[in-house]
Design a protein around this ligand. Structure first.
Ligand code: ZN
Length: 249
């Protein structure tokens, strides 16, 4: 793996003694790699990332891994609220509104190599390789619905629930009934909370609830992830939830 060290960002501080246990994926939403690097390196912008990958698959290191880059912003996953301290941030040269509106093969291949390297180096759980929209669903939509999670799932770099154990659905339903949880909205919020999402804004708020569901859908319920499955969104979340319970107990 070749890393380019030509450009460095001024935007970083110290990790608060936190172990690196997450990788957070972003897209730049800017028209080109040059503009993105420029933006991420300038002190006045107060944003940065550890790595940025160009459409032709070049990997630039902007902030040393040992430092805390500023990419996650206000965010939460389980109880972790300082994702910047606990993660490596990777930006992808992609913008839905410009010419770089596809994730090129070269870009994704480079991301795979980099992710594999970081995951091994820091022993990062595949469940902790997430999108910005997972950890900040009410503010962010990147890496977006076009991001090919299935390619990383196939290589076992990222987590994807197995959509096979249909018997599990019955057990989940009995559990909800026992706990007097009747509406789909209540069920989904509880399950997304157990999966890791910050559900606080979505409780009793249809607008934020919709946004939260969309964040989930764009990561876990993409069509390419669900080949040969006729499951509805709620049934898929039930399976996801059930798979996590099994691995926790
Ligand atoms: Zn982002």
């Amino acid at each position: 793996m070749k890393l380019i060290h030509k450009f460095k960002s001024l935007n970083f501080d110290k990790r608060n003694n936190k172990k690196i246990s997450y990788i957070i994926l972003h897209y730049t939403a800017l028209p080109s790699i040059d503009e993105s690097i420029n933006f991420l390196c300038k002190a006045e912008n107060k944003v940065s990332c550890h790595y940025i990958i160009s459409q032709n698959g070049q990997i630039y290191n902007l902030v040393d891994e040992k430092n805390r880059a500023w990419h996650a912003g206000q965010s939460k996953w389980f109880a972790e609220r300082d994702l910047n301290s606990a993660s490596i941030g990777i930006e992808l040269d992609f913008s839905p509104n410009h010419n770089n509106n596809n994730f090129s093969k070269l870009l994704i291949n480079a991301l795979i190599v980099l992710t594999r390297y970081l995951k091994k180096k820091y022993n990062i759980d595949k469940k902790n390789i997430l999108g910005h929209s997972d950890i900040a669903p009410y503010r962010k939509i990147d890496p977006g619905k076009k991001f090919p999670w299935h390619k990383l799932n196939q290589l076992n770099l990222t987590y994807h629930p197995k959509a096979k154990n249909i018997l599990a659905l019955n057990k989940i339903r009995i559990w909800f009934k026992k706990n007097k949880i009747y509406t789909n909205e209540q069920k989904i919020l509880i399950m997304l909370n157990v999966i890791g999402y910050d559900i606080s804004k979505a409780i009793n708020n249809k607008y934020y609830y919709g946004i939260l569901l969309n964040s989930y859908r764009n990561h876990f319920f993409q069509r390419a992830n669900l080949k040969n499955s006729n499951l509805k969104l709620i049934n898929f979340i039930e399976l996801h939830f059930y798979n996590l319970l099994l691995t926790k107990v």
